[in-house]
Design a protein around this ligand. Structure first.
Ligand code: CA
Length: 225
């Protein structure tokens, strides 16, 4: 899943980037509202973490502009301390949730995951294909009863393939969903990660759940291989 962080304080932006990447999200950071609007127009994000006080275009205006564009990406608005009026106004402009600074990263993560799970986004809490299950909330993957240990990147790829189980996903599609703008390598990196995923979720269990579809990419079998 890919998240846009719009935050002008470099230290805060960087810690959000590092924290979210460690959780397996692809993260782009915009340093002001104008840049945020540009990113949001270029990429389909799963959620946006939007600071309220931003240079050029503030968070309220960013939020309202996105909704006017009929962009319904879930928005978690970061407001300043004692910002009761801000909260009301933030919700009025179409933010889905708000969080008052300072906050603990685990709280932000929980709120973000809850936004990503909201009905209408058709994102089940647990993704499943046969006896292969992935729980985004607890960050666990199981093959039957056995827990499988994945790196954040492997986890993100598996999450993407599972969300589209039974459908071929192209390498550029996987790349776009799992990697961010900072990545400047080619789509072949996807092969490397799919290879290591197969070694963890398929080979030890004598399965072949991730199928290579010639010319189309990869497909995760709906019945789990
Ligand atoms: Ca700010």
């Amino acid at each position: 899943m890919r998240i846009l962080v719009v935050e002008d304080e470099p230290a805060m932006a960087e810690s959000l980037r590092i924290g979210l990447q460690a959780e397996g999200f692809a993260v782009d950071v915009a340093a002001d509202g104008e840049e945020g609007l540009w990113y949001a127009a270029e990429v389909e994000y799963d959620a946006i973490v939007l600071d309220l006080m931003l240079p050029k275009v503030n968070g309220f205006v960013v939020c309202r502009t996105l909704r006017e564009r009929e962009d319904w990406t879930p928005i978690l608005m970061l407001t300043a301390k004692d910002g009761h009026l801000d909260e009301a106004e933030g919700l009025d402009t179409g933010a889905d949730d708000y969080l008052t600074k300072p906050f603990a990263f685990v709280v932000l993560l929980a709120r973000l995951r809850s936004l990503l799970r909201r009905p209408g986004r058709a994102r089940p809490t647990t993704l499943q294909a046969g006896d292969l299950t992935l729980d985004p909330a607890t960050h666990t993957v199981r093959r039957g009863e056995t827990e499988v240990d994945l790196t954040p990147r492997e986890f993100a790829i598996l999450e993407f393939l599972l969300s589209r189980a039974g459908t071929a996903c192209s390498k550029p599609e996987i790349l776009e969903n799992v990697w961010d703008f900072d990545f400047d390598g080619g789509p072949n990196i996807v092969e490397v990660y799919v290879g290591s995923l197969r070694k963890k979720i398929d080979a030890p269990f004598d399965r072949q759940s991730i199928v290579t579809v010639r010319g189309a990419g990869y497909l995760l079998e709906q019945h789990g291989g």
